[in-house]
Design a protein around this ligand. Structure first.
Ligand code: CA
Length: 235
């Protein structure tokens, strides 16, 4: 089965260029030139991945992402026009798995697409009931419970909504309790060995996890070991 990608980009020349490259790589490509059409297409079809430009007529990319909602499972890579940090943070927080800044080298885009698809398949595998034993698939820390099989994180029974990467990051830290993990190790675990971005992406995800867990439930779960990395201690 071929992998299908929806390319959402209003700049016709860029959209066409990306389409040709993706088709050359063997992907099946659909295109949308504005946010409303993109939302409609993404809702009514099941693509394997979506490339979503942020600056779009109609609805912008971030708004499209928000309207698709937290239950939308297709991986989304955002295209940002410039080095707009707030757009990236907002985008990742809204559920995008990655972003790439324009102008980009096509090789980098292709690499990120491969990583996003691999990560997505890994998530599907890890939620496969045949592969994870009920006992093995659950990690706990104080009131926190992470259930791989159900892909569910709760604190004192209250559900915490995490993106795929936040979930993987938390799972990695919990499965290595008391072991300090470097940014590089976390990046490899969460994004794959061939990830081409910077390691400070790890800090962004740690910050999201702290906001959603540490701050919300007033605990000190993820500890920073200066110059080394991060750890969750069993105490
Ligand atoms: Ca645009």
């Amino acid at each position: 089965m071929s992998t299908s990608i929806l390319v959402v980009e209003d700049e016709e020349k860029l959209a066409r260029f990306v389409e040709l490259e993706l088709v050359h790589e063997g992907y099946i490509v659909s295109k949308a030139g504005d946010g409303r059409l993109a939302l409609e297409m993404a809702t009514n079809n099941s693509y394997d991945l979506i490339l979503l430009d942020i600056m779009l007529p109609g609805l912008n990319g971030l708004e499209v992402l928000r309207r698709l909602g937290p239950d939308f499972k297709t991986p989304v890579i955002l295209l940002t026009a410039r080095d707009a940090v707030m757009d990236k943070v907002a985008g990742l927080d809204a559920g995008a798995v990655d972003y790439i800044t324009k102008p980009f080298a096509i090789e980098e885009l292709l690499a990120r697409i491969r990583v996003a698809l691999k990560l997505h398949n890994k998530m599907i595998d890890s939620s496969d009931t045949n592969k994870v034993d009920k006992e093995e698939g659950i990690y706990t820390w104080k009131g926190l419970k992470l259930d791989i099989k159900k892909h569910l994180v709760t604190y004192s029974g209250q559900e915490i909504t995490l993106t795929n990467r936040e979930f993987l990051m938390l799972e990695t830290l919990l499965s290595n309790l008391d072991i300090v993990l470097s940014r590089e190790t976390l990046l490899e675990k969460v994004c794959g060995y061939d990830y081409v971005g910077e390691t400070n992406v790890v800090d962004v995800y740690i910050r999201f996890l702290r906001t959603k867990i540490d701050e919300t439930f007033d605990v000190k779960m993820i500890q920073t070991i200066r110059g080394v990395g991060y750890v969750i201690k069993s105490e």
